[in-house]
Design a protein around this ligand. Structure first.
Ligand SMILES: [Zn+2]
Length: 366
């Protein structure tokens, strides 16, 4: 079955974590054995071979770079131009992976449908192609920008659209140039509204994930284009401003959004202490992810708004993800786990990929 992941920081892993995602996961882990610069060293879960093994053959992949003004407390670049340059390094890596045939950029309906059809044809029992050949085929990705600080001017956004940017989350953690993110407060202001207007003109999807409550309110009031939440869980289950309240989830559902369930353990169970709590001790499994999916399905009255936005290797590894996830290939377990929770085969397939595809087919005009 085709599995779609609506949020992976692939280029950040390549450029900032120095992970060669074309290599086997064991090799990527082994090369980090003596590194201590990041908490998830040696515990990565994402590589292209593992994505193929799990049928994760389409994802939303990010560019990400924060700007931090003098006195800012988060890590980040000291100018927007530096942040832009970092996103261009990440783009250069995506292009290099495309040249190798590892990745394929999806920017319109034609390439989307061609890729999905090719994937399904290869899974036919009588497919002429051997599985070995199919496994070498490209993983498709839709380019997204997490946090808009790197957009120096609106002309930069137009350039980004030209190189394939199709979704944008205006904020990440903390205060941003165009919107306020997780743990921050305040609206989007004039700059944010101008950004949203330009996104609307270009046809770029608004990613509501990470918007603080004030910015969420203002952004949804001013943006009339398609909205999704690429990696967001439920505040009703784990109270934190990073999560969406039931009212926010209802509003996203009313706007036709898909909402990607995220695998970062602190967002799955309350009271997680980074570096102390373990997935085993906290009992965090894929079924805990389904608790959040189920909560959204109950709010919606159907299973048509959920998808998977795992965020695996988004600065956390096996130390902080469901204990039954050894690598991203384990996303393939979700459909049968959903079935065990009473979901029909059609609904499970919808959550695995169908809902996300329907969203794009409804909102992309070409
Ligand atoms: Zn994120």
């Amino acid at each position: 079955m085709l599995i779609i992941d609506s949020h992976l920081d692939l280029a950040m892993n390549a450029i900032e974590w120095n992970r060669d995602l074309t290599r086997p996961i064991d090799e990527i882990r082994a090369r980090e054995r003596d590194l201590t610069d990041k908490p998830d060293r040696g515990r990565g879960t994402v590589s292209f071979p593992e994505m193929r093994r799990g049928g994760v053959r389409l994802c939303v992949a990010t560019q990400i770079a924060r700007y931090v003004p003098p006195g800012g407390t988060l890590s980040g670049w000291h100018s927007q131009d530096q942040a832009w340059a970092m996103t261009q390094a990440q783009l250069a890596w995506y292009r290099a992976m495309e040249e190798r045939g590892e990745l394929l950029q999806i920017r319109d309906l034609t390439t989307l449908n061609a890729h999905v059809n090719a994937f399904e044809a290869n899974r036919e029992p009588r497919a002429t192609r051997e599985l070995r050949t199919a496994n070498r085929e490209s993983i498709a990705y839709i380019l997204s920008l997490e946090g808009a600080d790197s957009i120096v001017t609106l002309r930069h956004l137009e350039r980004a659209y030209e190189y394939g940017l199709r979704a944008l989350g205006p904020a990440h953690y903390g205060p941003g140039v165009y919107a306020q993110g997780t743990n921050a407060t305040g609206g989007i202001g004039v700059k944010g509204r101008e950004l949203l207007s330009e996104m609307e003109r270009l046809g770029i999807i608004l990613d509501a994930t990470h918007l603080c409550d004030d910015s969420f309110r203002e952004a949804l009031d001013h943006f009339r284009g398609p909205v999704w939440a690429s990696h967001s869980n439920c505040r009703a289950l784990v109270p934190h401003n990073r999560q969406f309240s039931d009212d926010q989830l209802r509003e996203l559902i009313a706007r036709g959004a898909v909402i990607g369930a995220v695998f970062d353990a602190w967002m799955l169970v309350p009271g997680w202490k980074r570096g102390e709590t373990t997935p085993e001790k906290a009992g965090v499994t894929l079924n805990t992810v389904i608790d959040h999916i189920d909560h959204i399905c109950q709010l919606a009255g159907n299973a048509r708004h959920c998808c998977i936005g795992s965020d695996l290797d988004g600065a956390f590894g096996t130390e902080q993800c469901p204990s039954d996830v050894e690598t991203i290939a384990d996303l393939a377990k979700l459909p049968s786990l959903l079935a065990a929770r009473g979901y029909s085969a059609e609904d499970a397939q919808g959550i695995a990929s169908g809902n996300f595809l329907r969203f794009l087919r409804q909102n992309w005009t070409h």
